[in-house]
Design a protein around this ligand. Structure first.
Ligand code: ATP
Ligand code: MG
Length: 578
């Protein structure tokens, strides 16, 4: 796709919501939610969903909840919950309400009893394999389980005993009684509860049965008064089940008198009869080239140590992107540009890079850093002098002010800014030639010093004192190179990142681990950065002149050691280390 599309982008959901409001559907309200499962860190795909859900709510003066869809306790934990909250806030959004599917466990359970009492659910003792075999196929109808005709009383008794912990994991499941011959496989008596003795990060050991996603999600949406339940395309086939569950609950009419939980049940059933049905709308998942957007696979990269953690700057997680120097604005801009459609497509990494480059070009302070230093001695410059040069922080934005950059007799330049045998059109420094030091003087190289092995170790130069802020008299000097003072600069480690995978769609490989790019990290030690960068702040991007956009790695920069991450190269296509 082109990166020059005009904003706002194609978004059919905006259109649907606009029409709904016009027709006063959902009582003229807009309520959305972002419903992550806390089983990993959020990734760039989630950003699409976050921007969509929170964006639609903001645009139409509605609300958006954050809801943890926490029905799989074996994979979920508090660390993931906390990271999700942090990342949603970092992206710039705030939720109207913070909920957990587990907040509704009691209510979900009582609704399941209610379904049983209406003859709409049954306890099945078929094994998981048998259930699969009985389900049939896309071309063959399913077969009814022998337990399908179990009496309501027996189902209720068994279900209560499932909750009470009388049975082993997997011994029984509760299934919705819908239609074993439905052309939609999701409607062939889906399981809605399973027995699983796993500690839950919020409910502890209170439950040994857990509701299934399809049963939980629609009820959670309805209880929160969600109007537009936005989800990805793979849930399109689940929509009939979503609607079926809510339809049954709304039709609940009789409440048989029951012992202890009767009052609560009465209350919940009354609430169910009034439930509003949210409208499920599906959109295409984001697929980004050269990376992976699946928490399960990202988790594998972390646990098998292919990366340093969820926040490794090569990861497509929000934590990784943040550490790499991506700004919330660039990610929101990216999500807006890619739009929201019903067609699955692959987005080029270049689109994301374009967005961060645009933001940083506009807002990042300029600074100088030398990645591979070559010593330059300016022989006609006083040995002990430190001259503070004032250099603007942003050439196009004088309002961002100036900083002081110390100039001294010994400076460092990039090794490849000098050539002994210059290629054609080489405008930088050569023996006997002149070059301008950015924000400073013009220097001339008089002598090249080499060690015994023939490696250049130093350049002896002279400077023209009349060239600070003005052109030299009577001659043209075309090249401009960056530099730092040797005694005044700081040592830094600079990390250059490349794509994590060697092919555009690692997800389509038989084993995505086979296509990991083993050269995705290049660590340069002994780099030198200008003195002002000792005060660099994480979260601020810097353009290292002529080199790229960088940010401080706040986690690894400790005890005075500076570590910078390259966020993105200066220009498109700069992925190969230049
Ligand atoms: P994963 O496979 O990474 O775990 P998921 O869909 O299972 O993805 P959830 O935590 O359930 O992850 O997702 C929360 C919300 O984010 C859901 O509404 C989901 O549809 C949406 N989402 C997840 N991945 C993407 C993606 N790549 N593009 C757009 N939306 C996504
Ligand atoms: Mg999921």
């Amino acid at each position: 796709m082109s990166t020059n599309d005009t904003l706002p982008s194609a978004n059919f959901i905006r259109q649907i919501v606009t029409n709904d409001l016009k027709e006063h559907k959902h009582n003229g309200k807009v309520a959305t939610r972002f419903p992550p499962e806390p089983n990993g860190y959020l990734h760039i795909g989630h950003a699409k969903s976050i921007c969509l859900n929170f964006g639609i709510a903001a645009e139409f003066k509605g609300t958006c909840n954050l809801r943890f869809d926490d029905t799989n306790p074996e994979k979920e934990n508090i660390e993931y919950m906390q990271s999700i909250e942090r990342d949603v806030k970092w992206l710039g959004f705030d939720w109207a309400g913070l909920f957990n599917a587990s907040d509704y466990f009691e209510q979900l359970y009582l609704y399941a009893e209610q379904l049983i009492e209406q003859g709409l659910a049954y306890v099945d003792s078929l094994s998981a394999d048998d259930i699969r075999a009985y389900r049939g196929s896309l071309t063959e109808p399913g077969k009814e389980s022998p337990d399908r005709s179990r009496s309501i009383e027996e189902n209720l008794d068994l279900f209560r005993r499932m909750r009470a912990g009388e049975f082993a994991d997997g011994q029984y499941v509760l299934r919705a009684k819908i239609d074993m011959a439905s052309p939609n496989m999701n409607m062939r008596d889906p399981a809605i509860y399973r027995i699983r003795r796993v500690h839950h990060h919020r409910t502890g050991d209170k439950w040994c049965i857990y509701p299934m996603y399809d049963y939980t999600h629609c009820i959670s949406d309805a209880l929160e008064g969600i109007t537009h339940s936005l989800c990805t395309l793979e849930f399109e086939d689940h929509r009939p089940l979503y609607d079926w569950v809510l339809e049954q609950l709304r039709n609940i009419d009789s409440i048989p008198p029951k012992p202890e939980d009767a009052l609560l049940k009465v209350k919940y059933v009354e609430q169910a009869a009034k439930l509003h049905t949210p409208q499920q709308i599906e959109f295409a998942r984001l697929q980004l080239e050269y990376t992976i957007v699946s928490k399960r696979k990202l988790n594998q990269l972390v646990t098998e140590k292919h990366v340093k953690g969820w926040d490794d700057p090569r990861m497509p997680t929000l934590a990784g992107l943040r550490r790499a120097g991506f700004t919330p604005k660039s990610i929101r801009d990216f999500c807006e540009r890619i739009g929201v459609t019903k067609q699955n497509s692959w987005i080029e990494m270049g689109v994301l890079e374009y967005c961060i480059r645009e933001d940083l070009n506009e807002n990042a302070f300029r600074a100088m850093a030398v990645l591979q230093p070559l010593r330059v001695v300016i022989e006609n410059y006083p040995a002990d002098q430190v001259e503070q040069l004032e250099i603007s922080n942003h050439p196009q934005k004088p309002e961002l002010g100036k900083r002081q950059v110390p100039f001294t007799q010994v400076i460092l330049i990039e090794q490849d800014d000098f050539a002994e045998v210059p290629p054609p059109k080489f405008k930088r420094l050569i023996e006997g030639g002149e070059v301008r030091l950015r924000g400073s003087y013009v220097i001339k190289c008089n002598e090249v010093i080499k060690n015994a092995a023939g490696v250049i170790t130093e350049l002896r130069c002279s400077y023209d004192p009349d060239t600070l802020g003005k052109n030299p008299e009577g001659r043209k000097v075309k090249g401009v190179i960056h530099w730092v003072s040797e005694p005044e600069s700081k040592v830094a480690e600079i990390r250059l990142y490349d794509r994590l995978f060697t092919v555009p769609s690692p997800d389509n490989e038989p084993n995505f681990l086979d296509v990991i790019n083993h050269d995705s990290l290049d660590v340069l030690e002994g780099c030198r950065v200008e003195a002002s960068l000792a005060a660099a702040q994480a979260g601020n991007g810097y353009q290292f002149e002529r080199t790229g956009y960088f940010c401080l790695d706040a986690i690894d920069s400790v005890d005075g050691k500076l570590v910078f991450n390259r966020t993105v190269t200066l220009r498109e296509g700069g992925w190969a280390k230049d």
